[in-house]
Ligand binder design. Structure first.
Ligand SMILES: [Zn+2]
Length: 565
């Protein structure tokens, strides 16, 4: 028996004595102090929180990462079995379906595109010879219109970074008409140490290549050519080549799209610039200036795009717990975790099942345990709680992108998204990572709750790597919803920080996105349980706040939030 205190909103102190299971003895703190922390939750919520159990999480992970689920591939049998399992759990917990036509499933239409070898890609400079580029060595290209054939014969305009960011007073386009053009641009964003200018060293979404393609489409361009430079991209050409060969998946296109979405090797870009009477280094320097103006190279791209187009589908699994307050119940807190992984690679010798135990059976298991705990509470939070197990994260956050575009309730009414992705079963954490939370009006509550759970908030070690843009919460942030992921930091109970860092390094080197990311009985899910409890407390608090959560003033997602209201 342990003794714990909590405060309720009225400011009363209530003492509860609850039996704790041996394994989860670290309790809500996760860090394992002898005293339980106080949590600012009403009694019934606290009771429900206390039922969150590492073994429940273990059992879900064990099942979801079993070989019989064949790596939970998107659009594959194993992925569909996982979705059905999750839906069945939601039903058992008494949650209401929030998918299509009164079911738990939200159909996500997907398209696989493979650029075929009949494709040709030629740069035709003002002077000199046509440059017929070699696929993979000199360029990679996809036709995002999802048509089998496309022809492009258009002027190439250099648009610097291709960024229009009013909040930083930056506009590379300067109102120049680029409709029907092919836009040559740089990856990343203008260099800066000033935190008020493109967040200093941190990468903003404007620096990601996905943004650049999207902005070009909004401007009516037919194609984009990204200039690869290792330092600016933060990865070598091989990464561009590997991630752009073979089939690429996308949501079925719903509007205009690029006929050519491409990268060229730096040396090719240099040759093109010279043949256009320019100098690439000088162009890159010019692009650093606020006064940059688009430059028509006088060169053309002539491309004949031949693609294999494969339609398939998968499902997001959605459930809801209606809020207790009849007015606020039309608003919601949403929890997300992706359930897909890479499936099976039949051509691979040896173990070829990508079980994805850590990535992301752990996140799904936490999502399910949260759903169970919320469903079991004798009192419901004021706002509704949505649970979304999303698909096709490994294909580029596609399930969550679809969810953001087709939410079961309007995005403006969703106050917060809490996401879980790859929460390592390594024991009791003493830190929590909530990168992005500091950008929202909810941060004071996050800090206070972390303190009560005796979890130190660990800042993002490498904001310049742009991890914020690489998991599902980002899909919801970009439609305006205040969103962040919850994960453990590096410091675990009974170990120095270096141990946590070693575990992380070993995972990335040996198991990340490999068949060896598998379930082992020795795994310790106490940390997953602590993260679930922490997220439970945050979600319950967010669901009861008088006002909806917002992004901080000047945040890159503020405009999307305003638009959604
Ligand atoms: Zn992954």
């Amino acid at each position: 028996m342990q003794r714990m205190t909590k405060t309720i909103s009225a400011g009363l102190i209530v003492c509860l004595s609850l039996l704790l299971w041996a394994e989860g003895g670290a309790g809500a703190a996760g860090a394992g102090g002898s005293k339980m922390p106080s949590v600012r939750l009403p009694g019934p919520a606290f009771v429900a929180l206390e039922t969150i159990n590492p073994d429940h999480i273990r059992w879900h992970v064990r099942y979801l990462s079993h070989d019989l689920l064949e790596g939970r591939g998107t659009g594959q049998r194993g992925g569909d079995i996982a979705a059905e399992y999750i839906a069945t759990q939601f039903a058992e917990y008494g949650l209401k379906p929030a998918g299509d036509h009164g079911t738990y499933m939200q159909k996500v239409p997907l398209v696989g595109i493979t650029t075929l070898s009949d494709t040709t890609f030629a740069l035709i400079p003002k002077q000199g010879e046509t440059m017929n580029l070699k696929p993979l060595d000199e360029y990679v290209a996809y036709n995002q219109t999802q048509q089998v054939l496309a022809e492009v014969d258009a002027d190439i305009v250099f648009v610097g970074y291709g960024i229009e960011a009013p909040e930083y007073g930056w506009d590379d386009y300067k109102g120049v008409e680029v409709k029907g053009k092919v836009l040559l641009m740089l990856v990343n964003e203008p260099a800066s140490d000033d935190p008020k200018f493109f967040k200093g060293k941190a990468l903003t979404y404007y620096g990601r290549w996905t943004y650049k393609y999207e902005e070009a489409v909004r401007k009516g361009a037919v194609g984009v050519i990204l200039v690869h430079q290792t330092q600016m991209a933060s990865y070598p050409w091989e990464v561009v080549r590997n991630s752009n060969s073979g089939e690429r998946s996308a949501l079925r296109v719903e509007g205009p799209a690029l006929k050519v979405a491409s990268w060229i090797h730096f040396d090719v870009a240099s040759r093109l610039a010279s043949a256009s009477g320019m100098n690439l280094e000088k162009m890159m320097q010019d692009a650093q200036s606020r006064d940059f103006h688009p430059v028509n190279l006088g060169a053309k791209l002539k491309a004949h795009m031949v693609s294999k187009v494969r339609n398939f589908e998968s499902n997001n699994v959605l459930a809801t717990l209606p809020g207790a307050d009849h007015k606020m119940a039309e608003e919601a807190v949403i929890y997300t975790a992706h359930y897909d992984h890479f499936g099976i690679r039949p051509e691979m010798p040896g173990d070829n099942i990508f079980n994805g135990a850590d990535d992301n059976a752990t996140g799904c298991a936490i999502l399910l345990e949260l759903a169970r705990a919320f469903g079991s509470a004798s009192q419901r939070p004021r706002r509704s709680i949505l649970f979304a197990a999303v698909t096709a994260e490994e294909q580029g956050l596609l399930g969550s992108e679809y969810l953001g575009k087709h939410p079961p309730i309007p995005t403006g009414k969703i106050t917060l998204d809490l996401n879980y992705d790859d929460v390592k079963p390594l024991g009791a954490p003493e830190e929590v990572e909530v990168s992005g939370a500091e950008r929202t009006s909810f941060y004071p509550e996050v800090e206070a709750t972390a303190k009560e759970f005796r979890l130190a908030i660990r800042p993002d070690a490498r904001p310049e790597a742009g991890h914020f843009y690489r998991s599902d919460h980002f899909s919801l942030a970009r439609v305006g919803i205040p969103s962040f992921s919850i994960n453990e930091g590096m410091k675990y109970k009974g170990h120095p920080e270096s141990w946590g860092l070693d575990q992380e390094r070993e995972y990335v080197e040996k198991h990340y996105h490999q068949p060896s990311d598998e379930y082992h009985p020795e795994m310790d899910f106490v940390g997953d349980s602590a993260m679930a409890r922490f997220g439970f407390a945050l979600g319950w608090e967010a669901a009861g706040l008088p006002k909806r959560i917002e992004w901080q003033k000047g945040d890159e997602f503020e405009a999307a939030r305003a638009k959604s209201q």
